[in-house]
Design a protein around this ligand. Sequence first.
Ligand SMILES: Cc1cc2nc3c(=O)[nH]c(=O)nc-3n(C[C@H](O)[C@H](O)[C@H](O)COP(=O)(O)OP(=O)(O)OC[C@H]3O[C@@H](n4cnc5c(N)ncnc54)[C@H](O)[C@@H]3O)c2cc1C
Length: 531
Amino acid sequence: MRTFAILFQVALTLSLPTTLALAIAASNSTSKCLPSDETCFPPKSSFDELSDSLPTADVIYPSLSRYKSWSDATALHNQRLEKSEHTPYCAVRARSSSDVMLVVKFCAENNLLLSIKSTGHCYSGNCVQQDSVLLDLSLMNDISYSSSDSSITLQPGSNFDALYALNEETQTQSVGGMCGTVGPVGFSLGGGHGPLIRSYGLGTDQIISVDLVTAAGELVTVTKASDPDLFWALQGGGGGSFGVVTSITLRTHPAPPSLTSYVCNYPLSLDSDDNTGDSGVATASMWWSDIMPRLPNEWTFFSVLLPAPIPLEQNIPEFDKNTMQGLLSLEGLFNGDFASAEASLSELGLLDLDKSRQMSCKFENHTSLKAWHESRWFGKTPVPTRNYMSTSFAQKNFDGKGLAKVAVDAILSTDNAMSSFFGIQTGGAVSSTDSTSTSISSAFRNSDMLMEIDANWIRSANDDAQESWTHNVGRDVAALDNMAGAYVNEPDPELENWEETFWGSNFQRLQEIKSAVDPDAFFECWQCVHA
Ligand SMILES: Cc1cc2nc3c(=O)[nH]c(=O)nc-3n(C[C@H](O)[C@H](O)[C@H](O)COP(=O)(O)OP(=O)(O)OC[C@H]3O[C@@H](n4cnc5c(N)ncnc54)[C@H](O)[C@@H]3O)c2cc1C
């Protein structure tokens, strides 16, 4: 890991693509035994023996690359992650904890680099590392409800579509994310934001117990009572560092009879008098710093700024592409009925604010979280694209105007119609757990919003431009007053001082726990907790 730090110091003076290349080179500076080192790498016959010993899986190789089993095992959501840099030596598509334990033991005994992949949404590609032995857990996707304590236990290959469907069946609610294909396990280990966080806290706050295969290859059930330190580390320390999670038990909440959403759209335009987007800046800043902080915890709002042409799914007939250069869309989900939702906004006088600029502002009633999710554009399976992400947290008293100005300028000046700038409301129940009770940073716990700069694109020729755009806008946002931290699950792979930025003062305790539970630093991955 020290090598990473040195390389990043050097890279500060170099261009972003060069930095990325250095990061990849650095990932080869592992102390693990890699396939190129014949003096330590086990012969193929050892892998054959491992394969024969696995109760419900086989060891498979890149020679099967044209077959579905290999491409499914190694599939990554982010198409920017070149296959040539994320090709494991071999893969095991585990179907049971016994498979996982045997693979971990084999890799630990032979000092091999292990990758752990659940649904493969890891932004930086650290769930499929070059030359590693890949444990693909996507086939372990059982999910079940326990009526005795209203909890849901799920394996790492399951996803939010499955979780929300089970919620509907059992009239419960879970804290989950926006996209149905994402995995609740990685989500919860790193934090987990979504439409119910202000009612119930983060995804990680819902963990009751974790079944974990340790570096010694043993399966343990970790709870707050059984191992307070390890449990603390698992609540926010991110995946990949402390063991392989084979299942997780999460608390649920009783579902209200209905939920209510409020969507309100505004144009982003270059004002004719001064060619700036100041009216959009005023609206975004009004929502972010004046309106959202006053809302009751039942509301969780998120906002997105998009350049024109806006996606058809947005379905906003009033959007005039001749005069409007972008869109500011605000969507809130109220965890309760229509009348209470409307009353809470109108009591605060919010419905009439900036009325002349509103487009398609409306309330909608939903019978369940699943019904709401499926009716939204992000509820559809996201089409995999090349992606780069940068995040930071707006602390109390953040500079709403400054933030809105950076956001609007970035969106109005990009030539990539698939770029977006998200502002996700935090606070509420997220802040009611203090920042030492779990390993989630104080920057996350005490924030009002999570800002996400998100570029998606198709052609590899645009990689350099899009990576630089996202990184630079993210850097400008982070430099504003009262911005802090970054979200470990949505990382900019070029982030400097990422340990402190992700975990703040909790990083030191995470390191101590890492040294205690994994003294040989068996679990290793990019931007993961290290000793
Ligand atoms: C389209 C998209 C939408 C998203 N939406 C949201 C959202 O709404 N809210 C939010 O908070 N986040 C969101 N995310 C980020 C998401 O939380 C992370 O990508 C998360 O890591 C996904 O978890 P996963 O289980 O798929 O793990 P993977 O992506 O497979 O892996 C993530 C990391 O965890 C490790 N890991 C994976 N499985 C295990 C395991 N079983 N045991 C131990 N370590 C493991 C991996 O090695 C890697 O380091 C989104 C990401 C994408 C791409």
